[in-house]
Design a protein around this ligand. Structure first.
Ligand code: SAH
Ligand code: SF4
Ligand code: F3S
Length: 441
């Protein structure tokens, strides 16, 4: 008989949550559990939740409701719910009331305590709700069970100090805390030893990295230091807040060979009036001049962005400013979102909320504009030979390989499977709206 015990983990939200889930998996594997994709086979089910927009929360509710039947069949099953959504006031209590079969609830600041909660709920045979309302420094040294073995996310700082008026992240992830350059360097060196070729440095606003360290340490200096690590081939970072992207960081990307020519630079809106209401601390003009500077210093750079449609008070004129900005910048890709009211954020109280109908109609027009630029950018790749880090076989066709260019373009191509995990030359034969086709040469 198979005595192996399994866990299932489902993750919503951004790479911060992905990384927390990799740590939860790492801890569970150290305890002897194996990971499964089947809820039915599991003795532990974890939902790592996100609350950045309302639809992220709705998904969690739907999925939680569906666990009731599993729990009724298997009373030994442990159900845990964690992540950003649990950090909201009153949420943990509301969840346990609505779904009394949940065994453990914890938040983003105490995920490292999970093994202890697991033991306690088994011993005491009762539900445990423990959400810390404040961050307590950084817990180093947790095992990480990573999804990929070619590229890895490395968090360089936690939390956010910016309080954009629409955003809940600062409330659920706490204030900015930077890891030391030594810890980051050590983690990347260990990744190199395991064969990883690419790292993405993560933070809500990586440009303010190190301001809280004593003595302080700049993000540009961190990039230059990491660029010297032997064996790592590509370094990316996200997210850059436009208000803090300084010349030394742009110069570092231009000069350091391993830093990928790609900058994710969320604009959120093309209207200076809306940007002010959002508390973004830059104007349309400042953003555009920053973009022009980046394009001049890093030829061929890929620029990607996040845009919110229908922020309170957004008029047709404000929205057309966003459209014209998108057409001027010509982003390589953009994440587009309908504004979602988040309780506890200032914008939630603004009286000038835009109707769902108007939001949707603008959203569709924006997506069209974004796709036009995206397709145009991709078209420029036709006939070119690019370097691709091969991640695995293609999702749509087993016979093909997939990977990304330095500029983060997804490429599906015919090539040698022995090259998975390596960087190869690929000739681009055809551009599609969201990806490129090619063949290894
Ligand atoms: N720290 C990053 C990412 C934060 S969350 C940054 O500053 O860019 C990712 C994206 O979600 C944001 O960039 C924003 O575009 C979007 N977002 C955040 N709150 C939102 C809300 N209430 N409604 C709609 N989109 C939102
Ligand atoms: Fe949210 Fe703004 Fe912080 Fe990004 S910078 S996480 S959008 S508050
Ligand atoms: Fe990320 Fe969602 Fe939390 S976007 S920081 S997982 S609220």
């Amino acid at each position: 008989m198979d005595n192996q015990k399994y866990f299932y983990i489902e993750t919503w939200g951004c790479q911060m949550n992905e990384e927390d889930s990799e740590k939860l998996s790492g801890m569970l594997k150290n305890m002897g559990y194996a990971k499964t994709e089947e809820k039915k086979k599991s003795s532990i089910i974890i939902f790592n939740t996100c609350c950045v927009r309302e639809n992220a929360e709705l998904k969690v509710y739907g999925n939680l409701g569906a666990l009731k039947a599993l729990k009724e069949k298997n009373s030994d099953l442990i159900i845990a719910v964690c992540g950003c959504m649990m950090q909201q006031e009153g949420m943990a209590e509301a969840i346990i009331k609505k779904y009394p079969f949940v065994d453990i609830i914890f938040g983003t600041h105490n995920a490292h305590m999970f093994p202890e909660y697991l033991n306690r709920t088994r011993q005491e045979n009762k539900s445990i709700i423990e959400v810390w309302d404040k961050e307590k420094g950084i817990v180093e040294g947790l095992p990480i069970d990573r999804e990929s073995n070619t590229k890895a996310f490395v968090t360089i700082m936690y939390g956010c100090n910016n309080f954009c008026t629409y955003c809940i992240v600062p409330y659920v992830r706490g204030r900015e805390r930077s890891r030391t350059p030594e810890e980051i360097e050590k983690e990347i060196m260990e990744l190199v030893d395991k064969g990883y070729k690419e790292v993405t440095l993560l933070g809500q606003n990586v440009n303010s990295y190190g301001k809280d360290l004593v003595p302080s340490f700049s993000f540009a200096d961190l990039l230059k230091r990491l660029n010297n690590i032997d064996g790592i081939e590509r370094i990316r970072f996200m997210t850059s807040h436009p208000k803090d992207l300084t010349d030394d960081v742009i110069d570092a990307v231009a000069e350091c060979s391993k830093l990928c020519d790609h900058i994710h630079l969320p604009v959120q809106s093309g209207s200076s009036k809306i940007l002010k209401e959002m508390n973004r601390k830059y104007t349309r003009e400042e953003y555009l001049s920053l973009v022009n500077k980046i394009k001049a210093k890093i030829p061929g750079v890929a620029l990607t962005t996040d845009i919110i449609v229908g922020f309170p008070g957004e008029t047709e004129e404000d929205f057309s400013d966003t459209l014209s900005l998108v057409s001027e910048v010509e982003y390589d890709s953009a994440f587009t979102f309908l504004y979602s009211t988040r309780k506890g954020t200032p914008a939630c109280e603004f009286e000038t909320q835009v109707s769902e109908e108007v939001k949707r109609e603008r959203f569709n027009r924006l997506v069209e504009e974004v796709n036009r630029a995206c397709a145009k950018k991709n078209k420029e790749y036709e006939g070119r030979t690019v370097k691709v880090l091969v991640e695995g076989t293609s999702k749509s066709d087993d016979e093909k390989l997939m990977g990304r260019t330095e500029t983060s373009k997804l490429v599906n191509f015919a090539g040698n499977k022995n090259n998975i995990g390596k960087i190869v030359n690929v000739k681009i034969t055809k551009a599609q709206t969201f990806s490129l086709l090619g063949e290894e040469i």
